[in-house]
Ligand binder design. Structure first.
Ligand code: 4AD
Ligand code: MG
Length: 470
């Protein structure tokens, strides 16, 4: 039998039954005859109050533990669950024994520093420096619980709709996004100036994957509906609040689906997951709404019900140009057809023009990946990005190029050696089909739903340029 979780103890009826509490001490109040310990085990926000009444007399071991126990120590407490006279809690523990399982010194002694999470508010920047201890705080335990539940909800969404969970490789030899921002994987000595990769471990140059899409396409064009959900890696040196070098991506891929089906799937998927998180993580969302981003609860409810605005890239740029002409100092970067939308443009589109999520479609082919289906105008591709207020791009997707000749030509134009992608081109040689998919950045989704400003605070161990400690 596993030990009780505080979450379950708190929600049970106080019938003077005996309970054992395991957790870490959040606070201690010693009032001569009465000692109160607030104990938390991260199963929920609320700590359980354990009251030690000295007038009953404790054994010497418990008495010594009561004197020495400090914030951060791990403890085992036995007592009776009784109705609580204190406001805000139904039950508390009338405790009769305390064992300190692991101390957490309040003062620095030799090599061991004082427990760094004393009872006060710590900045998120400070907590990033002690990433291994931050799940002991309310904010990070809430993120961890919500993140776990959100992953489960995402699996449920796809599994209930006959999508198969596909495990795509972490090590690949291709560059799916064609952006060249890849981490190389090699066992060769770093000193070699012109390394011969035929001597490398895999006999060729290999990288950490930037996306599981190409591999997902091969399975979608065989078993119809698949999705991946795994780590992806990008060596972009962008030090922003929404980029990581290692992040988790959810990538559905659907055979016989066009761009419009893909957009409908993305909208339905986002709304479902938002609604489910709001209802299944209600305590966590209430916390984020109070302490992190006021109004987020109402905003997310609105998003889950509203229709997403659709606009082509060309029309979006026209709108932005009109706005920029009227207010010259509004944007740092001038909106111009052919350039990528900057995050200030994405913010303006979602927050000021649409006042909600926007799906931008049909981007210029030059700023998108080689695999996207080309439109008849010869200039644009069937791409779609879902942009949301506060954050900008949360989903990127497209219909895929299913025409072999066009795909080979595009690969040549973008400098990809199509010989390396013969396996991928075979999908267009044998039984090619219209197919589409998208990628959701899981951390961006968690950021969006929690209101956490920095993406490094929604993943347990953030990886970014210059940051791989822990
Ligand atoms: O737009 P991206 O690059 O699209 C793809 O990788 C496609 N292969 C997806 C597909 O069609 N199957 O990335 C998809 C999403 C972005 O919209 C963003 O949410 C997230 O992944 N993303 C990042 N998240 C955190 N850090 C980064 N460096 C990210 N780069 C992309
Ligand atoms: Mg993108």
């Amino acid at each position: 039998m596993l030990p009780n979780l505080i979450k379950h103890i708190l929600s049970s009826e106080a019938q003077s039954r005996e309970v054992e509490v395991y957790g870490w001490v959040r606070t201690k109040r010693d009032m001569k005859n009465l000692v109160f310990l607030e104990v938390n085990d991260g199963s929920c926000f609320t700590s359980i109050q354990c009251a030690f009444d000295r007038s009953f007399g404790f054994d010497a071991k418990t008495e010594a533990a009561l004197c020495s126990v400090t914030t951060g120590a791990s403890v085992k407490i036995s007592g009776k669950l009784v109705p609580s006279p204190a406001a805000g809690q139904k039950v508390e523990v009338a405790a009769f024994s305390l064992t300190v399982l692991g101390e957490a010194p309040a003062e620095t002694a030799g090599d061991i520093k004082a427990y760094p999470l004393q009872k006060k508010r710590h900045s998120l920047e400070y907590l990033r420096e002690i990433a291994h201890l931050r799940p002991r705080t309310n904010t990070f335990s809430a993120v961890a619980r919500l993140r776990s539940r959100a992953a489960f909800i995402i699996h449920r969404y796809f599994q209930e709709r006959d999508f198969h969970y596909l495990h795509t490789p972490v090590i690949t030899s291709g560059d799916c996004e064609g952006a060249g921002a890849m981490f190389q994987v090699t066992t060769l000595e770093p000193s070699a100036s012109a390394p011969d990769y035929s001597n490398d471990f895999f006999g060729r140059k290999t990288f950490l994957t930037v996306s599981g899409q190409l591999e997902a396409e091969t399975y979608a064009t065989a078993i119809s509906r698949v999705y991946t959900f795994g780590p992806t890696f990008r060596a972009e040196n962008s030090n922003t609040a929404r980029h990581l070098a290692e992040f988790w991506m959810v990538e559905p891929e659907v055979a016989f689906a066009e761009l419009k089906d893909d957009m409908a799937l993305a909208e339905d998927f986002l709304k479902y997951t938002i609604k489910a998180v709001l209802s299944e993580c209600a305590d966590e969302i209430a916390f984020f709404n109070t302490h992190i981003e006021k109004g987020i609860l109402e905003n997310l409810h609105h998003v889950a019900e509203a229709r997403f605005t659709h606009i082509t890239y060309t029309d979006a740029v026209k709108e932005l140009e009109r706005t920029a002409a009227k207010n010259k100092s509004l944007f740092e970067f001038e909106p111009r057809w052919g350039c990528d939308l900057q995050s200030e443009h994405e913010k303006y589109l979602t927050e000021k023009i649409a006042e909600g999520p926007v799906i931008v479609t049909d981007y210029p082919k030059e700023i998108k990946a080689f695999y996207m289906k080309q439109n008849d105008d010869g200039k644009t591709v069937r791409a779609m990005d879902v942009l949301v207020p506060r954050l900008g791009e949360i989903i990127g997707g497209s219909q895929r190029e299913d025409n072999l000749e066009k795909l080979i030509l595009r690969m040549k134009e973008t400098g990809l050696r199509h010989d390396d992608y013969n396996w991928y081109l075979d999908l267009r040689r044998y039984g090619t089909v219209v197919h589409s998919g998208f990628g959701l950045g899981f951390e961006r989704f968690i950021q969006y739903i929690t209101g956490m400003a920095n993406i490094r605070d929604v993943i347990p161990y953030p990886r970014a340029a210059g940051q791989a400690y822990f």
